[in-house]
Write a protein that binds this ligand. Structure first.
Ligand code: TAP
Length: 517
């Protein structure tokens, strides 16, 4: 049974599995929250080989939550070797695909049982609004584990009618195999969800994994590691290393025993990761990178719905959202009235303690990010933007920045091109009937993650959806992603899909076997 301050937590699991760790115990959100704060390598929680640590901070209070080990290269090596051993010789490889699916489903169930704890951790570590964290950060994570647990025993090859070597015959089949040790590197905006989007597909395909969460938000990944032990995921299959991307992230992307990297983060670092994968051992790589997603509002749209959805498209998860609508194009004839309504809607967002059930808008993730947002708005204004609302750090404890609306964003404004990754709406206008011109402007970005369009005219939206250069296009909605639908970018927003059947391709390789008889 669990008891506060015990060093060993004996936890229920397959064949009396125990997990040992030194828990952090916090009274928060009307619960006693216990969680690991050490790395997880080869089935054990451990410190860094150098003994070095760094702090993780609660952005709502700006207070330190706990210290986290700063992994060394040796630690990364140890984690990769454990994953390699688990892949080559462990139970994971021998187990039937159906049993593998059962383990992943059990993990999803355990996440469901512990969802309040996971959502609370996401809230204190990443500033996620608790109610949203329950539904999205944690809720969608659970869904994605459930979804991929069902795929385990449905991964299959083909029988291919090749030209026979007459007078003999041939049989040609393909087998879909796991790749081996996979390194996963994720950002801080949805820590558990980004882990889950990648790791669920990766494990369903039968690989083993070394995951590096973002340095500023490691806690849900470590709690997840605890649950993975309880679910009976064998030792060495999941390893979590904590520390800086430029140091240990790079050791992972360079590692000769790692055969695939799944990366979500900025385009700038994505390019570094891709180069490192190429140079080290031509690793397979998938990249989910930045975005500056256009959203076009035509005058014949359901304007009330469009106002609400446009605010959601920008301010959801305090704008720390890769598919956030980065540029809003509003038809001239409705522009002024629409902007007025957007401001009214933005001002209804209740800013406050993310654990408070009435809060809609929490603190930004960490200090450096908040500082960048302040600079972003200042630079946009220097380039000619008009501040319709917000724009300055909130006058209260915590890293709060209000929903902000900037209008008059001309094409040469810095804010027309750069991603803010925060709650900053950038509005431009267009001539009502000039679809070609608004499409040209919407597509004149190197990003291509998502895009949206609002109009009641079916042929117009179909034409626009077809022409928008983005991996995901929303029509008369926004933000509607699903674990069963493939998700990923075009152009410099990266390549390779998360979620849906297509995500499995990222973690599998096809072997062709030809028989003669
Ligand atoms: P990055 O700075 O790119 O960091 C992402 C991850 O990479 C972090 O874990 C980081 O570690 C690590 N990293 C940093 N340098 C590295 C290196 N040289 N080698 C290997 N790993 C390295 O991005 P961020 O600031 O955390 O996240 C914001 C960006 O992510 C935005 O551009 C956003 O659009 C994008 N994003 C995209 C998506 C999708 S699905 N396309 C989803 C969410 C976010 P540290 O934490 O230690 O720096």
């Amino acid at each position: 049974s669990d008891c506060i301050n015990s060093v060993i937590r004996k936890l229920r699991g397959d064949s009396g599995v125990t997990v040992e760790y030194d828990p952090i115990v916090v009274e928060v959100n009307k619960m006693t929250l216990k969680f690991p704060h050490q790395m997880f390598i080869d089935g054990k929680f451990c410190n860094s080989s150098t003994g070095k640590t760094h702090e993780t901070v609660n952005p709502a209070t700006e207070k330190v939550i706990c210290t986290i080990p700063t992994a060394s290269s040796d630690d990364v090596n140890r984690a990769v070797k454990a994953a390699k051993k688990a892949f080559d010789k462990g139970e994971w490889r021998l187990m039937s695909a159906r049993d593998r699916g059962k383990k992943l489903l059990r993990l999803a169930e355990l996440m469901e049982e512990h969802k309040e704890e996971l959502a609370t951790l996401e809230s204190i570590d990443a500033g996620a609004v608790y109610t949203l964290a329950l539904k999205t950060h944690v809720g969608m994570s659970i869904d994605v584990w459930r979804y991929f647990s069902g795929w385990c025993d449905k991964i299959q090859g083909k029988t291919i009618p090749i030209a026979p070597a007459r007078p003999n015959k041939n049989l040609c089949i393909t087998v879909r195999e796991p790749i081996g040790v996979v390194g996963l590197i994720t950002p801080w905006n949805y820590p558990l969800m980004m882990l889950s989007w990648k790791m669920a597909a990766c494990l369903a395909a039968g690989n083993t994994v070394v995951h590096k969460p973002a340095q500023v938000t490691p806690l849900t990944a470590l709690k997840f590691a605890e649950l993975s032990v309880l679910a009976g995921i064998p030792q060495g299959v999941i390893n979590i290393i904590t520390g800086s991307g430029s140091q240990i992230g790079e050791v992972l992307t360079n590692h000769p025993l790692v055969r695939k990297i799944g990366f979500t983060g900025s385009t700038e670092i994505g390019a570094v990761v891709m180069a490192s994968c190429a140079k080290s051992n031509v690793k397979k790589v998938s990249l989910e990178l930045g975005g500056k997603s256009p959203l076009i509002i035509f005058p014949d749209a359901d304007l009330e719905k469009a106002v609400k959805q446009t605010c959601g498209a920008v301010f959801f998860n305090k704008g720390e959202n890769c598919i956030a609508a980065g540029r809003i194009f509003i038809a001239k004839s409705i522009h002024d009235n629409f902007v007025k309504k957007l401001v009214q809607e933005a001002e209804t967002y209740v800013i406050g303690d993310p654990l408070d059930r009435s809060t809609a808008h929490g603190p930004q993730n960490h200090k450096a990010h908040l500082d960048k947002l302040i600079d972003y708005v200042q630079q946009a204004v220097r380039d000619g933007a008009k501040v319709e609302c917000g724009g300055k750090r909130c006058d209260r404890t915590g890293l709060f920045f209000p929903p902000t609306i900037l209008s008059n964003i001309e094409d040469d404004n810095f804010a027309a091109k750069e991603e803010s990754f925060g709650p900053v709406m950038c509005i431009s206008s267009f001539d009502d009937d000039d679809i070609e011109d608004v499409l040209r402007r919407a597509n004149s970005t190197e990003f291509g993650l998502a895009a949206g369009v609002f109009s009641r005219d079916v042929s117009k939206v179909l034409k626009v959806a077809e022409r928008l250069q983005a991996g995901t296009v929303f029509v008369n909605t926004y933000q509607k992603t699903d674990v069963a639908a493939p998700f990923g970018g075009f152009k410099q927003s990266g390549f390779g899909k998360d979620m849906g059947e297509e995500a499995l391709n990222e973690y599998l390789q096809t072997k062709t076997i030809t028989f003669e008889y």
